[in-house]
Design a protein around this ligand. Structure first.
Ligand code: DC
Length: 221
């Protein structure tokens, strides 16, 4: 049986930074499920498919073959064989992705791949529905969150550090809209699993959050 840690939470809560660091400490694989959904979002964007047109998205989602690989310990998302890591991190792709990920056929395809991965390897997986739907029997479940003001500020700092011009208020508004959609969709909405531990990182450093998660993992050993 493989060892699985599930981390869920809203956009910008620091899930990927934290999960990547915990994976390194525990020498297990980090699976960024948002990146897989983003690969699908990118496909729709490139094809010019309206994310609000559910029928069109469902009709075309079978054409997008999303797979994961690891190059020098880094997760790589392949879209029909192309490494698309460089294109999936934009706010535009994030928004399209949040819209198309409400559709059950999109989720079914990606969930099956995630479950296969988790069954075959020890991993820490982050996303929106990992503890509730994808890995309901995960060994450790964390719900990582922070206030929307703190999350928006972190995203703003990240983007400006990359030299991108952006507007803090707009980022916060987009994030709140995305949270609402992720939390209120009919299928697999973002919510804390009953047996997940809530970690609010608003006033915590990344190191403190990592330490807290490692403690929770030790308790379960
Ligand atoms: O974590 P992220 O910001 O990279 O995720 C992008 C979008 O993908 C997010 O708004 C909702 C969707 N997503 C999802 O529906 N289920 C997941 N397990 C992960 C992401």
């Amino acid at each position: 049986m493989s060892y699985n840690i599930a981390v869920d939470g809203p956009a910008g809560a620091g899930k990927s930074t934290i999960a990547r660091a915990v994976a390194k400490k525990l020498n297990i694989i980090y699976v960024d499920t948002g990146a897989m959904y983003r690969g699908m979002g990118l496909y729709m964007l490139r094809r010019g498919i309206d994310p609000e047109d559910g029928q069109a998205v469902v009709a075309h989602c079978q054409e997008a073959d999303i797979t994961l690989g690891y190059e020098n310990g880094t997760q790589v998302v392949y879209l029909n064989g192309e490494n698309v890591n460089a294109y999936i991190r934009t706010e535009e792709v994030g928004t399209v992705t949040s819209r198309i990920s409400v559709l059950p056929p999109v989720r079914e395809r990606i969930t099956a791949l995630q479950q296969e991965l988790a069954a075959s390897t020890d991993c820490i997986m982050d996303g929106r529905d990992i503890g509730t739907c994808v890995l309901p029997h995960a060994d450790v479940k964390i719900y990582l969150t922070a206030s929307s003001a703190v999350r928006a500020r972190r995203r703003y700092d990240e983007l400006t550090a990359k030299g991108q011009l952006c507007d803090l208020a707009q980022i916060q508004a987009d994030m709140e809209e995305r949270d609402y959609r992720d939390m209120h969709r009919e299928v697999s909405p973002l919510r804390q699993a009953q047996d997940a531990v809530l970690v609010d990182s608003s006033d915590m450093t990344p190191e403190q959050v990592i330490e807290r998660i490692l403690e929770l993992c030790e308790k379960r050993d």
